[in-house]
Write a protein that binds this ligand. Structure first.
Ligand SMILES: [Zn+2]
Ligand SMILES: [Zn+2]
Length: 270
C-alpha cells in the first residue's frame, strides 16, 4: 500500500474567512510536492455572527475546482465541505447537503450551546477550565451521535484553539472527559469513519486537534482511519506540519490515511 502526501482540511475565498484563491492554493501545493488536496469550505448555519453564516456559492465553487483540475493535472483536487454543525438547524443542514455532489464531508462543531468557542470571553467567562472543556466535549458528543452520513470528524478539542488558558493547561486532553471521548471515538469506529488529525493546534497547544492522548485512545479502541489536515486559510500554512503529524500518528501505531472521491473512501498507509 502506498503513502501519499495529502491535505484534507483547506479553505479558500469560498470560505468567509479564507484568504487564498483556489489557484493560489493549488499552485502552492504543487510547489510543496503535495499529491492530493481536499477543499473543505465552511458552512455555519445559524452562527451568531451573521458574517460567518455565508455558505459558498456552490456552482461557482465547483466550477473553479473543475477549472483547477484541468490546470493542475498533477494534483488530485477534491471538493468537500466543513459542516459547522448546529443542533437547532441540523435537519435543514442534512437536507441541504444531500443535494450537493461533494467528495468529502468533514463534520465539525464550532458552536457550543450557541456560542462559538473562539469568542473567548463569552465562552470561557464564568466557567472553570474543567467546566468549559467538559461542556465542549459533551456538545461534540451530542453532535456526532446524531450524525451517520459524514466522512471524518474535524478538530476534536476545538475549544482549546482560542482558549482562555495558556501553557500546560491549554490543551484539551483525553483526561478532561474520558467517558465522553470514549463515546465519541466508539461511534466513529462503529461507523467506519475517520478521525481528523488537524495540525493547526501545533501553534497554540503544541499538539494536534484531536490531542495525541485522544488519538492514542482511538487507536487503543481499534480506530484505524485518519484524515490529516492543516486547516490552512492562506498560502503560508498549506500542508503545514502534516508530515510531522503523520510521523506522530505512525509512531503510535496509527494505520491508514483516507482519501475520498464522491464519498468513496480509499486508503493509503500513513
Ligand atoms: Zn473548523
Ligand atoms: Zn476549517
Amino acid at each position: 500500500m502506498e503513502q501519499r502526501r495529502m491535505d484534507y482540511h483547506l479553505h479558500t475565498l469560498h470560505s468567509m474567512d479564507g484568504r487564498q484563491t483556489v489557484d493560489d492554493l493549488c499552485r502552492s501545493m504543487v510547489e510543496r510536492g503535495v499529491q492530493e488536496i481536499c477543499l473543505t469550505e465552511h458552512i455555519e448555519p445559524g452562527h451568531p455572527d451573521p458574517s460567518l453564516d455565508i455558505p459558498p456559492i456552490w456552482d461557482v465553487y465547483l466550477s473553479e475546482v473543475a477549472a483547477a483540475r484541468r490546470k493542475y493535472p498533477m494534483l488530485t483536487i477534491r471538493a468537500g465541505v466543513e459542516i459547522g454543525d448546529n443542533p437547532l438547524l441540523r435537519d435543514k443542514i442534512k437536507a441541504d447537503l444531500a443535494a450537493l455532489p461533494l467528495d468529502f464531508r468533514l463534520l465539525s462543531l464550532h458552536l457550543v450551546n450557541g456560542v462559538d468557542c473562539y469568542d473567548v470571553e463569552d465562552y470561557f467567562g464564568g466557567k472553570t477550565r474543567a467546566q468549559a472543556y467538559r461542556e465542549y466535549a459533551e456538545a461534540k458528543a451530542e453532535s456526532i451521535l446524531d450524525w451517520t452520513d459524514f466522512d471524518s470528524v474535524a478538530h476534536i478539542g476545538y475549544a482549546a484553539k482560542f482558549s482562555a488558558y495558556t501553557g500546560p493547561e491549554r490543551a484539551l486532553v483525553y483526561a478532561d472527559a474520558p467517558d465522553v471521548f470514549d463515546t465519541i471515538l466508539k461511534h466513529i469506529i462503529e461507523l467506519g469513519k475517520c478521525l481528523e488529525v488537524n495540525t493547526s493546534g501545533y501553534a497554540t497547544t503544541g499538539d494536534t486537534f484531536a490531542h495525541s492522548t485522544i488519538i492514542r485512545r482511538y487507536i487503543e479502541l481499534g480506530g484505524e482511519y485518519f484524515t490529516f489536515g492543516s486547516d490552512s486559510h492562506d498560502e503560508d500554512r498549506n500542508y503545514a506540519d502534516i508530515e510531522r503529524a503523520k510521523d506522530m500518528v505512525r509512531s503510535m501505531g496509527g494505520k491508514y490515511q483516507a482519501s475520498f472521491e464522491q464519498r468513496r473512501m480509499k486508503l493509503y498507509r500513513i
